[in-house]
Every structure is written in C-alpha cells, then in structure tokens.
Design a protein around this ligand. Structure first.
Ligand code: GDP
Length: 443
C-alpha cells in the first residue's frame, strides 16, 4: 500500500534537489509531481487541488532553515500538510458518560461493516469493556448469521429478532437490552446496499433518530478510491457521521480514500481494517500514515531536529562567547555535533555564502578532519577543554591525548594551534574587524 505514491513523490523531491532555496519558479515542477502522484493514488480531484494550494502557500512562506536542503524542507511541508488533512493524532472512540455508549455502523454492502462491528467489540473487550452487538440487517438472513457467528467467536453477545422485525424496532430493543444488561457499549450493525439508495438512507436516519448514537461510523472500503469522497459526502450530508473506519488497507489499494475522508467531512478516520480476521483492526494514526506515504522518516527527523537545535538563545550565547574569546573546546564539540546531527558537512557548508563552489574532495577532507578533531577533543579532560592554553604548555598532556584518540602528538599540537588561531580570528570577526565580511545569515 502507498508504495506507488512514495515512488512517485520521489520525482517531486528530485526537482528541488541541489537548488539554493524554494522559489516560485522551482516549486512549480515539484508541485506538479505531487499532484500527479496523488491523482494516481486515486485521491479525489478537489482534495488534490486544495492540498496543492496549501502546500504551495506554506512552501513559499517557509523560512529557510539552516542546515536543511530545499528538497528536505519541501518533504516536511508535504508531510505536515498530509497530517493536516488526515488529522494530527488518533481520535479514540467517543465514550458516553451515561453508559452504554452507542455506536451506529453505516456503509455500503461488502465494505466490511459486519466484520468491523465484531472487530470493534474485540478491541473494546481488550480494554476490559463489555459490548452487545445488534443485528438489524433483515434483508439478508446470512448477515444476521454472520454477526452471530462472529459474536460467538469473540465471546460477545448478539441481539437479534430474526428477519421479520422492523430494523428500527430491533435497534431500539437492542439498546434497551444493553441498558438492562449494563454493558459498556452497544454496536448496531445495519443493512448496506451495493450503492447509495434512498431507502437505505432513510432507514439509517430512522435508526439514528431512535437510538441517538454517540458515534456514527462510516465504514469505507479502501479500494473505493476516488468514489470514497462522494460516498463520504453523501453519508455525512444525509445521516451525519462522527468518524470512519477504513477497511481492507491490507489489500492492493492505492490508499487515496485515506486522504479524502476527513478533508470532505471534517471527521476523522478512527480505525483501519488490515485483514479478514477479527484481530485485524488498528487505531488510525495520521502522522504515522503520512510518514509511511512519504517513506522519508529520516528526513522528517532531520528537519525537526534542525528546527529545534538552532534555537536563538543558544546562538546568542555562543556569539557572546565568541566575542569574549571564551569559546572553548566544549563549545567547539557542541557545534561539531550539531553539524553531524544534521547530516553531512557538505549539506551545511553549501548553505554558507561563497561555500557552494567547494569541491567534493575538499568536503571529504573536511569530514575526515572533523572526525579526527572530535576523537581528540573526546580524549581531553574537562579542564583542558575549557582552557586550551594548558595543552600549549604541556607535551605530556598532548602525548596522553594522542594516545587516547589514536592520532599523533603532532596532530594534537596542530589542533591546538589551529583552534587558538581560529578563536582569535572569531573574536576579531565578532568585533567587526574583518573588512569585507558580511554578517552571517544575510544570504
Ligand atoms: P459488510 O457487507 O459491509 O458487512 O461486509 P463484511 O463484513 O461481510 O465483509 C465483506 C468481505 O470483506 C468479507 O469477506 C470480509 O472477510 C472482508 N473484509 C472485511 N474487512 C476486511 C479487511 O480489513 N481486510 C480484508 N482483506 N478483508 C476484509
């Protein structure tokens, strides 16, 4: 599931790779690719249009984050927009403060409504909640039998009055029985049709009026694709839903329905069905789903980290230290780790004005040097890190660090000299004594 969508989106990121920043002109191609990818995943056209518009606005309004490439930033924006249309977190089932909680199941025939009814009961039982299932599908005797069989399988009682009773009456009596038996939740399964038809809708509306459910869950088959949008719209307009269960997510679906439901109805997907077995039900987590669609977990973490780590207060503190020549090996290590956390040195260097022409071999050299430096600093004592002068004056200290880090005394000596030169240069820069240097962050 969603693999095709992930593959497709890959071309969208490609169009931005290697660019300096996101701009009106370079984002057109990327947006076109996202649009194509969503349409191929069977997402409803109107939903796609709204989605693209939102992404465009966020992308053009986004501030450049130091250490993050435009394509990475764009992935994050698309991700956030996916979360936006699917909902940020899982929304649990409503719970009535006057039990039983009443859940009404709605949906077309064959979508997995009856199966989902049993799945929900099992889910609740695992949370130590009791339920009663109510069978109102009098049109297909097999439907009642199916629910009874499922109920036996999970050891949950089923209320039924056969096929001669009126569905509204069955629902009403089922609810009364649930009250009498003091169960926590009553789940009412209803008749579906192959297509939306007025009779089914009016029967559903009548049942709803009779039992006043806390939840009206629309069961949608994930294979429905584009049609899911119309279906959701119709059910929501005519019955009023509070959420949805998306079934058959284990199958060969392109997944488009997952993006349409909340966008169309404003109501969340609460669960997904991932198999025929009664255990195969999972709470729906929009944020996880969005990451799966993009298949880009690392990039998302990277961008979030960069956003967090470059916090202004920290930067100001560092600047003050630089100006006062207090920048020590500990600060240096911290800055280096920051670079490392954010991925390659190359990625970060390219953001520094004038550095984008740096060659690959120079970059590699830089990375090796960083590793070497880190190893040496790690072998220093706290005192030495704070006061590099200690190292200038003591060959025995340098020898110990060389041994600890696996480099030569000469390497350690060089690091100390370079560090001190860098520190005094930084101090001069900080005090504005370097003619021709523009302040950082201006590009
Ligand atoms: P209803 O007519 O809406 O009540 O649908 P059923 O509950 O009878 O399900 C129709 C078919 O879909 C049955 O064969 C179920 O086993 C199957 N089914 C239901 N949910 C899922 C699911 O999440 N994954 C898969 N693969 N099959 C499912």
């Amino acid at each position: 599931m969603f693999e095709a969508l992930s593959d497709r989106l890959e071309s969208a990121w490609k169009t931005l790779r290697g660019q300096d920043k996101i701009s009106e002109s370079n984002i057109q191609d990327a947006l076109r690719e996202v649009r194509r990818a969503l349409l191929e995943a069977d997402v409803n056209l109107q939903v796609v249009k709204d989605f693209i518009e939102e992404v465009r606005e966020s992308a053009l309004g986004a501030e450049v984050i130091t250490g993050v490439q435009p394509d990475q930033q764009f992935i994050k924006i698309v991700h956030d927009q996916l979360v936006e249309i699917m909902g940020a977190t899982n929304e649990p089932l409503a719970e009535s403060n006057k039990p039983p909680t009443v859940i009404l199941m709605a949906g077309l025939q064959g979508t997995g409504k009856t199966t989902a009814t049993a799945k929900l009961a099992l889910h609740l039982r695992k949370q130590e909640q009791t339920s009663l299932l109510v069978a109102t599908d009098i049109y297909r005797p097999a439907a009642i039998d199916q629910l009874v069989t499922l109920g036996e399988q999970i050891d949950v009682p089923v209320f039924q009055l056969g096929t001669d009773a009126n569905p509204v009456e069955i629902a009403r009596q089922g609810l009364a029985a649930a009250r009498e038996q003091n169960v926590d939740t009553v789940i009412v399964d209803t008749a579906g049709r192959l297509q939306i038809d007025p009779e089914m809708m009016s029967e559903l509306a009548d049942i709803k009026k009779a039992i006043k459910p806390d939840e009206t869950l629309l069961v949608v088959d994930a294979m429905t694709g584009q049609e899911a949008a119309n279906l959701t719209q119709t059910f929501h307009d005519q019955i009023g839903i509070t959420g949805a269960i998306l079934t058959k997510m284990d199958g060969d679906t392109r997944g488009g329905a997952a993006l349409s439901i909340r966008q169309i109805s404003g109501k969340p997907i609460k669960f997904v069905g991932v198999g025929e077995k009664v255990e195969a039900l999972q709470p729906f987590y929009p944020d996880r789903m969005a990451s799966r669609i993009l298949g880009m977990g690392d990039v998302l973490t990277l961008v979030e980290k960069a956003q967090e780590e470059f916090d202004i207060a920290d930067a100001e503190k560092m600047q003050k230290k630089i100006m006062e020549a207090q920048f020590d090996f500990t600060d240096f290590l911290k800055q280096m780790r920051l670079l490392k956390n954010m991925g390659s040195l190359g990625g970060v260097m390219k953001l520094i004005p004038g550095m984008n022409k740096i060659s690959n071999s120079q970059l590699q050299e830089g990375e090796t040097k960083l590793k070497q430096t880190e190893a040496m600093i790690n072998s220093m004592t706290k005192e030495e890190r704070k006061n590099p002068q200690l190292l200038s004056n003591s060959p025995s200290r340098r020898r110990r660090i060389a041994k600890g880090s696996g480099y030569t005394q000469n390497d350690v000596g060089k690091l100390v000299t370079e560090f001190q030169r860098m520190r005094s240069m930084m101090q001069q820069m900080g005090q504005g004594q370097m003619p021709g240097m523009s302040p950082a962050g201006g590009g």
